[in-house]
Design a protein around this ligand. Structure first.
Ligand SMILES: NC(=O)c1ccc[n+]([C@@H]2O[C@H](COP(=O)([O-])OP(=O)(O)OC[C@H]3O[C@@H](n4cnc5c(N)ncnc54)[C@H](O)[C@@H]3O)[C@@H](O)[C@H]2O)c1
Length: 388
């Protein structure tokens, strides 16, 4: 099941770590720690093997992939021995990276992206290509009448206006090229009525939003605990300090606001009320890809007795995110092969701000994911049985 993984933001930290990790798994140079699709509850025949994954992508930056990998190795994100062992494989992936599409109108840029995707699929004889957005977080989208339905969108894109933010233009190109689309960022991506309708029209699934890898992952475990023990949470304040490209981008107030909104949603939706307090994200260049999150929670229990808890999380963001990117590519490929269309709510386990958002409890999301994957494997098994 040869599967393309097309990364938007392919020269960024998360993408580079995903590519190095995917190549290292294929070469048997590392184990699958952090990849949930390798757990016994999720593993099975519907998922493409790591050795089936072929990487490509778009980026506005031009830094060679090997240089990005070496920089991440010096920073302690990647083991240097893996980068040294994979120089030939990284040079081959470099040949599959394309500059961000250019053109006078957004229709022209989308057409160029569609050509890049279909050329990649044809050149490598891939069964399908999953497009995963791991590019810089954008500010919230500005409404436009073209967002309403596919016909309005096709017409609007030929105007000189900036109708779609970049993440949504890549989603439009992916769906037009017949590729499922996953958004690992809080950006708008496929979350517009016109793009949902286009996905349904083309029979394609899409997933998102915003990978859950650090502070919000811990929140999605702790918040249900407070709710289930009927403890009242009065305040929940979080401070995230991070460097790297993501941190630098989030120093922009508009991108920061989009990310903070995505991180706070879990509390209101799990507890049923919003405790006092904010989540802050501050850029501290020196920290690079290693993020520190510090949270203070105050709560009360029986007879109103006041209590508090604090936690500190020191995570390597890209090392936490990259295995999930590989998981999402494998699961979305299997969902596409299994005929799933529209938003993949079953992938909520992976996201801070999941599509459909039926529950923010990590345990419930896990049960739903395991059930979904079990059905994908069973359907694949019976299809193989019929074919045989
Ligand atoms: N690392 C995590 O744990 C984590 C978790 C959730 C979400 N995310 C999101 O993943 C994304 C990537 O994070 P990162 O640390 O790799 O950031 P990064 O800054 O290292 O990489 C982003 C890449 O996107 C490229 N880019 C920017 N605009 C583009 C465009 N229009 N077209 C193509 N490429 C473009 C940049 O050149 C850069 O190479 C961010 O949006 C971040 O919020 C990361």
């Amino acid at each position: 099941m040869r599967t393309g993984v097309w990364l938007v933001g392919a020269r960024g930290s998360v993408a580079t770590t995903s590519i190095v990790g995917g190549l290292a798994l294929r070469a048997g140079l590392t184990g699958p720690a952090g990849c949930v699709t390798e757990l016994p509850e999720l593993r099975g025949p519907a998922l493409p093997a790591f050795s089936d994954l072929v990487f490509g992508g778009h980026d506005v930056a031009t830094t060679p992939l090997v240089k990005r990998a070496e920089t991440l190795a010096v920073a302690g994100v990647l083991p240097g021995r893996l980068v040294a062992a994979l120089l030939d494989e990284l040079a081959a992936v470099e040949q599959e990276l394309r500059p961000a599409p250019a053109g006078a109108t957004q229709a022209d840029r989308a057409a160029a992206a569609v050509r890049d995707l279909t050329d990649f699929r044809d050149r490598h004889r891939l069964e399908r290509v999953v497009v995963v957005n791991v590019s810089a977080t954008e500010p919230a989208v500005r409404p436009h009448p073209g967002h309403a339905d596919p016909a309005a969108l096709h017409a609007a894109l030929t105007s000189p206006d900036e109708v779609l933010p970049a993440s949504s233009l890549y989603a439009y190109a992916a769906l037009t090229a017949g590729c499922p689309y996953v958004d690992f960022t809080p950006s708008t991506g496929a979350r517009l009525p016109a793009l949902h309708a286009l996905a349904v029209e083309r029979g394609l699934p899409y997933g998102g939003h915003d990978g859950k890898t650090g502070e919000t992952l811990v929140k999605s475990v702790l918040a249900p605990m407070f709710a289930m023990r009927n403890l009242t949470v009065h305040t929940w304040s979080g401070l995230n300090l991070l460097g790297g490209g993501d941190g630098a981008n989030l120093a922009d107030p508009a991108a920061n606001a989009a990310k903070v909104e995505s991180k706070q949603r879990v509390l209101g939706e799990t507890l049923g009320y919003v405790p006092q307090g904010d989540t802050r994200i501050d850029f501290v260049e020196e920290l690079g890809d290693f993020k520190t999150a510090w949270d203070l929670i105050t709560f009360s229990g029986f007879l109103g007795t006041r209590m508090r808890m604090e936690f500190t999380w020191h995570g390597c963001d890209s090392a936490l995110a990259a295995p999930l990117v590989l998981d999402l590519a494998r699961l979305t490929a299997a969902a596409h092969a299994g005929g799933h269309v529209g938003p993949l709510e079953e992938l909520a386990f992976f996201f801070k701000d999941p599509l459909g958002g039926p529950t923010h409890s990590l345990a419930e999301q896990w049960t739903r994911l395991a059930e979904f994957t079990r059905r994908l494997h069973a359907d694949r098994g019976s299809a193989d049985g019929h074919a045989g």
